[in-house]
Design a protein around this ligand. Structure first.
Ligand code: FAD
Length: 473
């Protein structure tokens, strides 16, 4: 590196490729050897699971091999070494996410690392005997995969590096300002400007916001963002089961304070996601290990008083369903959840929970993906699954735009992306939010209504199959 202290511009080089995009260093500073301004076709802001998957996907697409792509990540680069202890941040990935990760070559890395198949899921209500079991009759099929977020990130990053595609990555990239074309001017591509705090300026045709729930890209778009906080936190931890089991079931119990879920990691370990009030979450984090385990066991096992009408109606419905559909339809055919022996030291943490949906996913020269576009309660384990769906859809639209000879940020393709994904995401988000509200009360008529609904759904295997298929997204 040059050691001279004078700040002198030593080169101005611009080249143009066959598709007309300008690349290259246009100013180079001898003092710190930093590139001051560069042009890319696509910039992705945010290198979480979704943004990195987007970069990987675009980088691997042969239609984009002549294009330059930049991934900007605010935090420092991490070395993704597999530690012996399990991370407390895991995601339940559906079959569509598995297929997507497979399509970018990342799933084989996950397989070589570690993950756990979920073969069955049991969801039950603390205030009634109502229970629903998914995949009860067929334990051969996987219904989800529990993957540590770090393992997922490591796998996608490996593919990104191995693909040697046209993607550059800049870490510690703190965005200072964003200049987007005016809201209505879809003709002005190429005029997106991203300035970092270190002074570097990047321009591009398409900026993809993958910068999470507090997205700066979304703010710069000036779109309406429908959002609220649940006043809850998701307490996570790695738990040791009292007895080793085949541990293939994902458990979720709806308590009045929020759902508690156990996701299998190994025969002896499960991952906890316990959504509860912010106050209780703080209390749970401050408890000694033994008391924390007592609280978890109580949340899974405690018998709440069941109101007489709820008990009578659900019992009668149960025997009616038993007569019509046979024994599998009888409510109360629930399996007992495992009990917990201990919590892995240092594995407890809590994350605020909220709902958020951007009314627009796209604007001139810009698109949102993942949590920057939508944020959901973790009770259905859908957040990153929806994000991977966005990536898959947007990369196809970008490739279609190029194939048809249009510009990368062509409005028609961006709007198609928005329509497809909003139609897919929004109904699921509303459903998750409704479930959260429905189970957030112990008011008898509501308990009765949801218990009857759960029993009926449990009895209708084709309906459960549809739900599982939709949840795989
Ligand atoms: C307790 C809990 C449990 C969950 N369980 C599940 C589950 O089982 N299944 C599931 O599908 N989902 C689950 N989720 C949701 C899932 O974790 C999120 O949907 C997912 O992490 C979102 O990924 P993302 O890449 O869009 O955003 P993020 O993970 O928020 O990543 C954003 C990235 O952008 C970077 N960044 C931010 N601002 C900037 C900037 N200005 N410039 C550059 N970089 C920036 C950040 O450093 C970060 O790396 C859960 C969430 C919680 C809280």
């Amino acid at each position: 590196m040059a050691s001279t202290c004078c700040r002198k511009i030593i080169s101005v080089s611009l080249s143009k490729n066959s598709l007309g995009a300008y690349y290259g260093v246009i100013k180079r500073n001898v003092h710190d050897d930093k590139v001051r301004s560069k042009t890319y076709d696509i910039i992705i802001a945010g290198g979480g699971m979704v943004g990195t998957a987007m970069a990987c996907c675009l980088g691997k697409n042969p239609k984009l091999s002549n294009h330059k792509i930049l991934l900007l990540e605010e935090s420092a680069e991490k070395t993704w070494e597999l530690k012996p202890e399990y991370s407390n941040r895991v995601s339940a990935l559906g079959s569509n996410s598995k297929a997507f990760l497979d399509s970018i070559g990342a799933w084989s890395h996950i397989e070589q690392s570690r993950f756990k198949e979920v073969k069955k899921m049991q969801v039950w209500d603390a205030f009634s005997e109502a229970v629903i079991t998914f995949n009860d009759e067929n334990l051969k099929d996987d219904i989800a995969y529990i993957v540590e977020n770090d393992v997922c990130m490591s796998a996608i990053n490996k593919q990104l590096k191995e693909s040697k595609g046209p993607v550059e990555t800049v870490y510690k990239a703190k965005i200072k300002s964003l200049n987007l074309p005016s809201k209505t001017d879809y003709s002005k591509t190429g005029s997106v400007k991203v300035q970092l705090e270190d002074g570097t300026v990047y321009t591009c045709n398409l900026l993809i916001g993958a910068d999470g729930a507090n997205s700066r890209v979304r703010s710069a778009m000036g779109v309406n963002y429908l959002s609220w906080n649940y006043g809850q936190m998701g307490v996570v931890a790695t738990l040791q089961l009292s007895e080793p089991t085949s541990n293939i079931v994902a458990w979720q119990r709806f308590l009045p304070s929020g759902p508690i879920a156990l996701l299998p990691l190994t025969d002896e370990l499960s991952s906890l996601v316990w959504s509860t009030s912010t106050e209780d979450a703080k209390l749970l984090l401050g408890l000694d290990s033994e008391s924390f385990v007592d609280y978890v066991n109580e949340a899974l096992w405690k018998q709440y008083p069941i109101e007489k009408p709820v008990e009578a109606i659900t019992k009668n419905l149960s025997s009616l369903l038993h007569n019509i559909f046979g024994p599998t339809a009888a409510a109360g055919a629930r399996q007992l959840p495992p009990s917990i022996k201990s919590v892995v030291e240092g594995s407890r943490a809590a994350f605020p929970l909220g709902f958020g949906h951007s009314t627009k996913y796209v604007g001139p020269g810009v698109a949102l993906i993942g949590d920057s576009a939508h944020r959901v309660h973790p009770l259905a384990g859908m957040g990153v699954n929806l994000g991977f769906g966005d990536v898959d859809c947007l990369q196809k639209k970008v490739a279609e735009a190029i194939y048809s000879g249009s510009e990368i940020g062509n409005s028609q393709y961006l709007l198609e992306y928005e329509t497809e994904r909003q139609r897919h995401n929004f109904p699921r988000m509303v459903f998750i939010d409704a479930l959260h509200k429905l189970y957030g009360t112990s008011f008898m008529p509501v308990v009765l209504l949801r218990s009857v609904g759960l029993q009926l759904t449990d009895a209708l295997t084709p309906l459960k199959k549809i739900i599982m298929k939709q949840a795989g997204a």
